[in-house]
Design a binder for this molecule. Structure first.
Ligand SMILES: [Zn+2]
Length: 247
């Protein structure tokens, strides 16, 4: 009986997460174009046809329509499906916790930056407020030494690179992301997160270089890697720290 109840609850959270993913996709599409997030009907990017309810069911519409628009048969970006699946699974695992909102906002920041090289200051601020609330709920402190240390390291490293490269290696949005990361993770997890971000970013840089033999100049946004590093450090921080920095 209890097992069935847990499964029902998980299924419900998966559905809520997938729907939150659908909202995330709308924000990712609309925010960079300064469209309203919530007003105006959703429409196909390619043909402009207004989408009906049947076209907007998270995950299912994409599967039933084979990843194509019902009206013009042009391809719908796989990202739509990926974001809905990722948030569905995340919400299923986390459930009704502040952390679910943090997943949502970091996914939106990362995907938007990846696609448009635009870091939404507003969303980074929302992430920061959620992090402060999360820390307060756990520790009852609004400010603690460990968070301050993490903030100093995050802003020090990324802000330093931003200043030294005059905004070419990093954007100022990356510095803002690093500030929230540092505050949330504290020391030494911020170290793990930055390390993971640089390793992942370097690997992606090499892949891009091989694939296109293009210029070495940073064409890739660094924000997604910072957020990837944040989650790696949040989930496995102490393990990675012991593996990598055990000298
Ligand atoms: Zn269409």
């Amino acid at each position: 009986m209890e097992g069935a109840f847990v499964m029902m609850a998980q299924l419900l959270w998966f559905v809520i997460g997938a729907a939150a993913g659908s909202t995330a996709n709308a924000v990712i599409d609309r925010l960079p174009r300064h469209e309203s997030w919530f007003r105006g009907r959703s429409h196909c990017d390619k043909c402009g046809h207004v989408l009906g309810l049947l076209d907007l069911i998270p995950l299912l519409s994409y599967l039933v329509l084979g990843g194509k628009c019902r009206y013009c048969r042009k391809k719908i970006a796989n990202r739509n499906f990926g974001v809905e699946l990722l948030l569905g699974l995340s919400f299923m695992v986390i459930g009704g916790h502040l952390l679910s909102l943090i997943v949502w906002v970091t996914v939106v920041i990362a995907v938007m930056d990846w696609e448009t090289r635009l870091v939404s200051e507003f969303l980074v601020l929302v992430w920061g407020i959620l992090v402060i609330a999360d820390k307060f709920l756990i520790s009852n402190y609004l400010v603690d030494l460990n968070s301050l240390l993490g903030l100093a390291v995050g802003v020090g490293v990324i802000g330093g690179l931003w200043a030294l490269s005059r905004g070419r290696a990093m954007g100022f949005g990356d510095v803002e992301i690093a500030a929230v990361m540092g505050w949330w993770l504290g020391w030494p997890k911020i170290g793990v997160a930055l390390w993971a971000a640089f390793v992942a970013g370097a690997i992606m840089g090499v892949i891009k270089l091989i694939k296109r033999l293009s210029r070495l100049k940073s064409e890739i946004a660094f924000g997604p890697f910072l957020i990837l590093g944040t989650w790696a450090a949040y989930l496995w921080g102490s393990m990675i720290w012991k593996w990598v920095f055990r000298f």
